[in-house]
Write a protein that binds this ligand. Sequence first.
Ligand SMILES: Cc1cc2nc3c(=O)[nH]c(=O)nc-3n(C[C@H](O)[C@H](O)[C@H](O)COP(=O)(O)OP(=O)(O)OC[C@H]3O[C@@H](n4cnc5c(N)ncnc54)[C@H](O)[C@@H]3O)c2cc1C
Length: 461
Amino acid sequence: MLPLLPLLAGITPVAVTAAGPSACSNITSQLGSTKVTSNELSVNYVESTECWSTLQDAYKPSCVVYPKTAQDVSVALQAIRAAGSRFAIKAGGHNPNTFFSSVDAGVLLDLSSMTEKSYDPDTTLATYQPGGQFGDIYEYYAQYNRTVVGARLAGVGTGLALGGGMSYLSPQYGMSCDSFRELEIVLPDGQIVTASEDSNPDLFFASRGGGGNAYGVVTKYTVQSRPAGEFWAGNLIYAFPQKDNVIEAIGNFIQYNTDPKAAIIGTYEKLGTPDLNLNLDEAIIMFLVYDGPDPGDAFTNFTSITPILDTTGIKTYTEVVNMPIPMSSEISRGPNIFRVGVHRAGDGSYENALDVWRNWAEDNKGKYILLSLDFQPVPKSLTDASKAQGGNAMQMPDGPCYRDLVASTGNAEGLPLFINDANYDQNPLQTFSAFEKLQEIKKKYDPDNFFADKTGGWSFA
Ligand SMILES: Cc1cc2nc3c(=O)[nH]c(=O)nc-3n(C[C@H](O)[C@H](O)[C@H](O)COP(=O)(O)OP(=O)(O)OC[C@H]3O[C@@H](n4cnc5c(N)ncnc54)[C@H](O)[C@@H]3O)c2cc1C
């Protein structure tokens, strides 16, 4: 996804207090100075304070902590709690919501040094720590011809899985969180616990799609790995006059495709620059991915519309997650925000979403750099796969439905919003049928509201 950049109101830095520096000096004395930096000019500090949404670039943590183990995280959380400091947990830093993975005058726990990975060929389980990007994780498991269900862009971090996680493999295997088998979690009080179907099953339930930053810090993921061989994949880029044909093809795919190996993202892109009636400010980019070398007729609806560019062909999984071009996630860094809606298939809302989006884009030229409307199918095979593995915190009703990155067309009753693409004010957890259960779990594992008060995250109120 290459979302959209309307600028938000200015950033107001939080007043500096003694709590942050006090937590930092306690952490430094326990973990050693190689795992902590307060030097705002150091390369590490600068990199750690850069998020995908540059709206957060003004924030200055009192220090950045680089834990290597669950024990390090536990020490840091206890010091932060003792000092009464604010803090943030950062994995890939792609959540665009303020203070979700950034902090001003507090402690930034940057998980980027936690990059251990392993694979057990007997069980086919994959275990990885939360640092780094999914692209690195995919490359590691490629040596075993395996992969994990994660981001569709290489540059995104592992926080994605805690928010559900939509992958090109999701129609076959469910959301990323559905493949969780065991999590190591440092609770808000510093205890290190295991969450699985058998151990702290309520915490395991909430961590499967109930969002990061809420119940503790996940320091190790053990997940069911999946085979990764050859893919048929690529982008079809269409000129905008094809918009109605493409939206019809997207609608048909969402409603009628039953091949779980076929996945798409449909994106409509608009530049904020004046167009002078040249019609060069907008394009449609389809992402087509088939798990296998021959897609049969799964994508005929799209390939029968003449594109201006076609990059489809046989690809490795690494190539798939670097479409349309490598570093897409890094290149799209800017003052970004997301908004999301979820709709039922076949309700005619695709055309409406496109019209609403395009009218807004025309009326607001100059207020954004790039505006992107994405259509992402949630087929029945995905919701079936999720249920077959125990279900997740979203308790997803049967597909097909789809989500799009435009909220002004409303949200279908009874469908959970996808928190990974939600704006803070959309209160996605409140749309989950399991919301009350999540509130109880939150109360149990964060009883004195330490996380709720001291770091950003979704509202449980
Ligand atoms: C370019 C781009 C592409 C995307 N593609 C996809 C996609 O294909 N599928 C999809 O579902 N979503 C996608 N998203 C949305 C993405 O899932 C969210 O932005 C997600 O928050 C990114 O996780 P992160 O680790 O990069 O970000 P972060 O901001 O670091 O983490 C997200 C949240 O989880 C918390 N968190 C992270 N790790 C932990 C942990 N170990 N323990 C506790 N809390 C933690 C953080 O504090 C933060 O609040 C995309 C976003 C972007 C910007």
